[in-house]
Design a protein around this ligand. Structure first.
Ligand SMILES: N[C@@H](CCC[C@H](N)C(=O)O)C(=O)O
Length: 316
């Protein structure tokens, strides 16, 4: 591979969360951002290293307005590190739920952060400062406020757009939710319908959201009793959780094996459709594994799941 990368950046760590994979690098002083075309070249699965996104770790004190792209939060005294997340096509996204867990794992691996089991670190993102708690080898992130751009009317109705996709005969109703990156969730009745979808092309959402959208197709699978364990792993009770199967087409990427903010949108949409009495916790099954979503007070939502680092890659 001929390096598409600026001379200052050659070494990347590859990591993933339930198969949603990223290339990460440290740029403490904010001196080595990558261009859109450099990111796209690196993320290319045939001629680059390959990834769903590229994540740059910048000291938040080094972020000046606009330096990290549209929506940069500026200096964040509450958080030492800023997560600069870019999609595989080089476009800027407001948030990445799988990425923020892998980001924290990367900071620990690079010796840039010490985080005890059960402790929480504040991370600056384009969605504001978010807390990420370590749970052994996994992480739980409070992704902050969710909202429905269609307002209470869309939530009451359960949908506010129409979505056409290859593999389904007719357009289906979809519900838009912001985490704060844009999502559109569509319910299907059968797992066979989910498996038959062709997500090699982006689903067509009408009316088209102004800034594009990630699109999640979901099949609700009912409720399940699961063990409640303490920090030592001992079972101390049980609780009821909802279960959802999901496939996703990500804005700026294509179909991915997982999407963390998408899993939250899926759980929020299914909970909305179920109405009062729906579980507050959800297991979201994605092609790359399982994620846990928990509704927190004041319209916050928590996403928990694994974060794994694969290896280091050096471009030439
Ligand atoms: N995979 C991410 C979402 C990444 C951003 C998304 N493609 C967008 O453009 O909004 C996740 O885990 O949340």
């Amino acid at each position: 591979m001929t390096s598409p990368v600026a001379a200052t950046v050659h070494t990347f760590v590859k990591g993933h969360g339930t198969g949603n994979d990223f290339l990460l690098y440290a740029d403490p002083d904010g001196a080595a951002p990558l261009s859109t075309s450099e990111v796209a070249a690196l993320a290319d699965r045939h001629t680059g290293i390959g990834a769903d996104g590229v994540i740059r770790a910048v000291r938040s004190a080094a972020i000046t307005d606009g330096a990290a792209g549209a929506g940069a939060t500026g200096r964040e005294p509450a958080a030492l590190w800023f997560m600069d997340y870019l999609n595989a096509d080089g476009s800027v996204a407001e948030m990445c739920g799988n990425g923020i867990r892998v980001f924290v794992a990367f900071l620990r691996h690079a010796g840039l952060l010490a985080l005890g089991d059960g402790d929480t670190v504040q991370v600056a993102t384009r969605a504001g400062v978010l807390g990420v708690r370590r749970e052994g080898a996994a992480y739980a992130a409070d992704l902050g406020l969710w909202s429905a751009p269609g307002g209470t009317e869309a939530l009451a109705q359960g949908f506010d757009v129409s979505v056409a996709v290859a593999g389904l005969d007719e357009p289906r109703p979809g519900l838009r939710l912001d985490l704060p990156n844009p999502h559109t969730v569509i319910a299907l009745e059968e797992l066979e319908q989910l498996e038959a979808l062709d997500l090699t092309q982006a689903p067509i959402v009408e009316p088209a959201p102004a800034h594009g959208t990630n699109v999640e197709f979901v099949v609700p699978l009912g409720e399940r009793e699961v063990d409640v364990v303490d920090r030592t792993g001992a079972v101390i009770g049980s609780k009821t959780v909802g279960v959802v199967r999901m496939r996703v087409h990500e804005r700026g990427v294509g179909e991915t094996l997982s999407c963390g903010t998408g899993a939250c949108a899926a759980a929020l949409a299914v909970r909305t459709w179920f109405g009062a009495g729906a579980p507050q916790e959800w297991i979201v099954q994605v092609p790359g594994g399982e994620l846990r979503v928990r509704m927190l007070p004041e319209d916050h939502v928590e996403l928990a799941g694994p974060a794994e680092l694969v290896g280091e890659f050096r471009t030439i």
